[in-house]
Write a protein that binds this ligand. Structure first.
Ligand code: HEC
Ligand code: HEC
Length: 216
């Protein structure tokens, strides 16, 4: 199921009525989210505290991305199992306008630095089950993936701090993202991705996506 514009509108209304909660939290003392992530990487107790806070801070995100980071709509990305540094970079990209999505750009403005850190750590810590069993195109997709994509997104497609995880990602979201890079439609820009999808070829997008979304 895909999420529609009218559905997003209804979330905005629900969000504004719940804003007093988040907005009160947003006025708490700010600390740089990237520094908090660096500290939590060295400090297990802090990591656990932030993950617990993240569950609460993400109550609104869960409407679309799911409580455990497995999204409820096939055109909304899973956040589970994604590296916290990658997730934080995307939040910052929405905020700076480098990445465009009207709803997400507006929503990110309400998060304070501690909420950003706690939400990304919570989602990063959640497991990602494969979305569906491999389909008929998955074997071709696996070969093409190793040829064109694995050098950055890694052989197991689990990504790293620099490259997003693709294994188990939502089918429609993957297809939409790949076509956007291919056609340089402007929501995001990263030249090496445009080059990789150009080499892959539009006709092979479905096969690679079939493989990736079925991968554990
Ligand atoms: C109304 C549905 C909705 C809600 C609620 C929502 N998101 Fe999103 N989110 C989306 C969609 C759709 C995208 C993909 C945007 C695009 O196409 O680039 C997205 C993308 C993202 C991404 C980028 C993921 C990636 O793989 O690059 C992050 C990070 C994110 N959201 C975090 C959050 C956080 C944190 C919250 C809560 C504060 C939240 N979102 C609430 C719909 C939602
Ligand atoms: C040179 C390294 C590189 C190669 C090769 C590459 N990617 Fe990427 N990919 C990236 C980076 C970096 C990003 C994040 C860029 C951004 O923030 O827009 C990305 C983003 C993506 C996204 C968006 C993920 C999300 O959660 O929003 C998808 C899907 C993707 N790549 C799939 C692929 C596929 C499929 C291939 C092979 C055809 C491929 N990539 C090849 C580096 C690479």
């Amino acid at each position: 199921m895909r999420i529609s514009q009218s559905r997003i509108g209804s979330f905005v209304v629900r969000f504004l009525t719940g804003c007093s909660l988040i907005c009160a939290a947003a006025s708490a003392a700010a600390e740089n989210a990237a520094e908090l992530l660096a500290r939590a990487a060295q400090d297990t107790a802090l990591h656990q505290t932030l993950v617990a806070e993240g569950r609460k801070a993400a109550f609104f995100c869960a409407n679309c991305h799911g409580e455990a980071g497995i999204s409820k709509f096939s055109n909304v990305p899973n956040l589970a199992g994604q590296h916290p540094a990658y997730l934080l970079r995307q939040i910052e990209a929405f905020l700076s306008g480098a990445r465009k999505d009207e709803f997400m750009q507006g929503l990110m403005k309400v998060l304070n630095e501690r909420e950003k850190a706690s939400i990304v750590l919570m989602y990063a810590s959640r497991p990602v089950p494969p979305l569906h069993p491999p389909g008929p195109l998955a074997a071709d997709g696996a070969r093409l993936y190793q040829q064109h994509c694995a050098r950055c997104h890694l052989v197991d497609a689990h990504g790293s701090k620099d490259f997003p995880r693709l294994a188990g990602q939502q089918t429609d979201y993957l297809k939409i993202s790949l076509r956007r890079y291919l056609t340089q439609s402007g929501e995001r820009f990263y030249a090496p991705m445009t080059a990789a999808v150009t080499q892959l070829g539009e006709r092979n997008i479905d096969a690679v996506v079939d493989y990736l979304s079925s991968r554990p």
